[in-house]
Write a protein that binds this ligand. Structure first.
Ligand code: ATP
Ligand code: MG
Length: 561
């Protein structure tokens, strides 16, 4: 065996590297990503996708299969299959010709079950669900053998055939593996391998009324596809003896190795599809792709990029122990990606009108502004300027606080890439609310440069009032206001929803170039945050932008305080 350097590899990549160096599995590497099509993919799935597809990409002979574990017909929908495939593609992975469905193997799985019966390793049981629970025993007590455990092979074959032929009602009979009712591992106490379900299957139609169980299906599907490394999350460690039992007992094409890793848990969110489904069905969010949802489709709509999600998965690494990752790590991944390459734009979220009194009424001019402060390759653009502009309300204080260096009465500031202006007058309405500022400008400061070396402390973003695009902007915050929304079993996790997770601002003013934005563009609105056009409701006719992430981690500051 050649020596290989595994010092930079996680524990799974180390196993794989060693197996390949040792010529195991004839030098093949086959992984798989096996979602159940009963919901949309979330960021936790991304970890598994990046691992399985990523690993296969790292070796020339590596292959990753896309396989739907579609053994639960009543919960599965074609909508989920379509969304899952689209999400995996969007993340940047390709299964090539290797798209499979566990339901493709129903015939083979059935034949394997008949094999087990013939070997005396499976039997048809007539206990009810409730009885079966009582017979199963507990972690401390062994189970008891079913009175049907010793049916003859002939009787079992006959009953199983009649189960398959639809002679019996749902729940009357099941097929069980005959392993060991006294096994300390409850999964080995004669687990069910087939149950009767007279329901339509989205792929096999009404051909079957018996459906195989997950544990039985999964290992055999892996073996049929000649998977070499079957990577799954820790909760399946206790199922591994069963995985191996089926493959050791039956004559299968190969025996894949199951390896478990810690699932991703993120704080300030929930991850299980069942809980995400509740949020959707009970209307707490607008859908699976609500930008506050940590589904792949929600993140995409929010403005996350595939690269940011892949980088995030690489950053968190692989461990054998459960942990919680801070949401800030995910947010930093998108900030890092966009900071380098998102073009800058000017946008005023809470507009306050400024009239530049010494600027000619009819005049308009175009000013050049760089698209990125550090990357000249992103070029520059022209932005219109005229007598009336908008600045952000938060950039003006009538009585400026101590460290407030932005606009205030009598004070001079720079308008980004435009001119120096000085506030001369504050106009208020009857209720005392500020509705307009009257300022003068210095024509010699064109481009925002100081005419005579005089300094200003503040630089504000602005938008020409005459040319501005009127837009709706949605600001998102974490969907839950508790680090672990599920930590109290007495409290429904939905009670921990952050009531301020969505803030809608209308009549925001954007620079006109943003009228051309598409949902695949990402922008930094200078001094504000990263934004993208909403891919569902946004269009040139309806400029609607989502805030992907703030410029800085405001939560980290709050937590510190
Ligand atoms: P959920 O618990 O969210 O309902 P699941 O495990 O039931 O998810 P599957 O469709 O069975 O969802 O998952 C497909 C693959 O994704 C499995 O191999 C599973 O281990 C993996 N996976 C699911 N959730 C996570 C997670 N949070 N972190 C890492 N991998 C995950
Ligand atoms: Mg599952």
């Amino acid at each position: 065996m050649t020596d290989i350097d595994t010092s930079n590899l996680d524990f799974i990549r180390t196993i794989v590297a060693k197996d390949l160096a040792a010529g195991k599995n004839d030098g093949r590497l086959v992984t798989r990503f096996p979602p159940e099509p009963n919901g949309y993919l979330h960021i936790g799935h991304a970890k598994s996708i990046c691992l399985n597809f990523g690993l296969a990409q790292e070796y020339p002979q590596g292959v990753c299969h896309m396989r739907f574990d579609d053994t639960n017909p009543e919960k599965e929908e074609v909508e989920y299959i379509d969304s899952i495939l689209a999400d995996v593609k969007w993340l940047g992975f390709d299964w090539g010709d290797n798209l499979f469905y566990a339901s493709d193997y129903f015939d083979q799985l059935h034949d394997y079950a008949v094999e087990l019966i013939k070997m005396g390793k499976a039997y048809v049981c007539s206990l009810s669900g409730e009885e079966m629970r009582q017979y199963r025993g507990t972690l401390k007590e062994p189970g008891r053998e079913s009175p049907y455990r010793n049916r003859s092979v002939e009787e079992n074959l006959d009953l199983f055939r009649r189960m398959k032929d639809g002679e019996f009602a749902d729940g009357t009979y099941v097929l069980r593996a005959k392993i060991d009712m006294a096994a300390p591992n409850i999964n080995l106490r004669d687990p069910i391998i087939y149950r009767i379900r007279k329901v339509h299957h989205h792929r096999t139609g009404d051909k079957w009324c018996i459906y195989p169980m997950y544990d039985y299906t999964h290992c055999l599907s892996d073996a049929i596809e000649k998977v070499t490394h079957s990577l799954c999350t820790l909760e399946f460690a206790d199922h591994r003896p069963l995985y191996d039992w089926f493959l050791d007992t039956l004559q299968t094409p190969c025996h894949p190795q199951q390896i478990e890793f810690a699932r991703l848990n993120l704080n300030f969110t929930v991850m299980s599809k069942r809980k995400l489904m509740q949020l959707v069905q009970e209307g707490f969010v607008s859908g699976w792709d609500d930008p506050r949802m940590l589904t792949i489709s929600g993140l995409r709509r929010r403005g996350y990029t595939p690269a940011a999600i892949r980088n995030f998965c690489a950053t968190i690494g692989l461990a054998k122990r459960e942990s919680r990752i801070d949401m800030g790590v995910l947010e930093n991944a998108i900030r890092d990606d966009l900071n380098d390459r998102a073009p800058r734009r000017l946008a005023v979220l809470k507009p306050l009108k400024v009239v530049i009194t010494n600027y000619p009424e009819e005049k308009e001019e175009e000013l050049e502004i760089a698209n990125h402060p550090k990357d000249a390759s992103l070029g520059s653009r022209m932005i219109p300027f005229c007598r009336e502009i908008y600045i952000d309300r938060d950039d003006f204080m009538e009585e400026p606080a101590k460290k407030f260096f932005r606009l205030a009465p009598g004070r001079e500031v720079r308008l980004r890439a435009a001119y120096f202006i000085t506030c001369q007058e504050v106009i208020k309405d009857n209720s005392g609310e500020i509705i307009e500022l009257r300022c003068s400008y210095d024509p010699a400061s064109r481009g925002g440069s100081s005419p005579d070396g005089r300094k200003v402390k503040g630089t504000l973003h602005w938008v020409s009032a005459r040319h501005a695009l009127d837009a709706e902007i949605r600001l998102y915050d974490r969907l839950f206001n508790k680090e672990n929304p599920e930590d109290d079993p007495e409290v429904d996790f939905k009670e921990n929803i952050n009531p301020e997770s969505l803030q809608i601002l209308s009549h925001c003013k954007l620079e006109p170039a943003l009228a051309q934005a598409t949902a695949n563009d990402h922008f930094q609105f200078e001094r504000v945050g990263f934004f993208c056009l909403d891919r569902k409701e946004g269009s040139p006719k309806r400029p609607l932008f989502n805030r992907t992430v703030t410029l800085r981690d405001t939560w980290a500051k709050l937590v510190k305080r």
